[in-house]
Ligand binder design. Sequence first.
Ligand code: XMP
Length: 327
Amino acid sequence: TWTMVNIVEEQIERIREQIGTEGRAICGLSGGVDSAVAAAVVQRAIGDRLDCVFVDHGLLRKGEAEQVERDFVAATGVKLHVVECSDRFLTALAGVTDPEEKRKVIGREFIRVFEAAEAEVLGAAAQEGEKVAFLVQGTLYPDVVESGGGAGTSNIKSHHNVGGLPEDLEFELVEPLRTLFKDEVRLVGEQLGLPAEIVHRQPFPGPGLGIRIIGEVTRDRLDILREADAIAREELTRAGLDRDIWQMPVVLLADVRSVGVQGDGRTYGHPVVLRPVTSEDAMTADWARLPYEVMERISTRITNEVAEINRVTVDVTSKPPGTIEWE
Ligand code: XMP
């Protein structure tokens, strides 16, 4: 639309002014809409002087890494550095079952990996005598309001003590989405030709599938959950329910087994829980009344196509008292 074109053009002008004709910027991509749109706008403004970093921690859903590495790059032409480090995350998560501990481990590893990549990119810039490093963030208007409007260079410094960089290198934030709401960000993303899978992606937690496996996170369990989750998402889309359902986590009860029967044989597999919810802002949520036919298709397909799963259940708890995620 006309206003979105204006917003994009205006932001591109601003970014050019802020970063100058020589400066370089770095942006971390998560697979989500905010960082993708922020990166795409900055790419339009400064082209190859933007470096994007994507940490593939192995906890994403099926196809999501490819969406970033292939489709997003094809649509935008951004210079992307992929850090594949699922081994590192799995090693760090070995034996961890407590939800908050999982978050801590994943968050810690993520920052370490990102900062190492950042140091590499920015180190090269610093060697060329640059004094300012620009860090692109997908901060939205509601985030600005929530944090009192004070976002800027100061608060980023505290958690960006990147080792190996000259001390006089200063960080400056570039926040092209600072005045926008989520739906406007999606419009800008469409305007810039980003893949629909990214622009209309439902909310997905940073710790990813790691907090949807109840019990220890292992590679086998991730593979099982990834397949079940892909089927559930596919059927939700096929039923045309993507816009009605806020989120539908699929949760693997990895330490629970139950008896089943399939063909001539007895099975002893794991259950998954479907957690479809409707919500305005994730603060509260209602369990979604999915049509029976949709639940049936999901159940039939998961139990047929994922050998380790022999039971599909549905969570009918609202928030409160239940949270959206199980961990
Ligand atoms: P809960 O489970 O608290 O989730 O009802 C509310 C919303 O937040 C998402 N969520 C997270 N997002 N890191 C994130 O980036 C997290 O650790 C995390 N935990 C929950 C959840 O998917 C829902 O949209």
